[in-house]
Design a protein around this ligand. Sequence first.
Ligand code: HEC
Length: 143
Amino acid sequence: MPRSKLVILGLIGLFVIIQLIPLNQTNPAVIQDVQAIAEVNSILRTSCYDCHSNETVWPWYSRIAPGSFLITRDVVVGREHLNFSEFSGMDFYDSTDVADEIIEMLDSGKMPMKPYLLLHPDASLTDSQTRVLIQWAESLYPK
Ligand code: HEC
């Protein structure tokens, strides 16, 4: 068999084998959904929930390795940093930190993540949506 054919067969075999690696693509129970006015809720759901909630939509392509590794990593790590499905009982320091971080991410335009926006153009924030979210985040500061 020519070498090029072997290489192609090897790559196909590798592609098939990596599909078998189990991934943590779960949606755990919603413990306490974030409480906010409808406009804020709707923006968060469209632009943030896929990575920062337990209500992730896992499209077909998120199941196919190796892309699935990157998508799963973003959701697992995203939830660790901020989870709108477990948004209760924030104490003084937590709510200050969370508000700071959300405002920082929005001000710098780092969130939603750029690669995500290529596949979800509707998740990109307009200036006025960014302002609405920042105003809401400011309301999280302890009074
Ligand atoms: C495609 C997945 C994805 C989306 C969509 C997304 N994030 Fe994130 N977010 C992450 C990941 C992953 C991290 C962890 C830090 C990193 O890897 O950059 C993170 C971190 C954060 C943090 C914590 C930053 C820190 O310094 O700890 C905040 C706050 C945040 N995101 C807010 C948002 C907001 C608000 C939205 C919606 C407007 C959003 N994110 C949309 C994936 C996402």
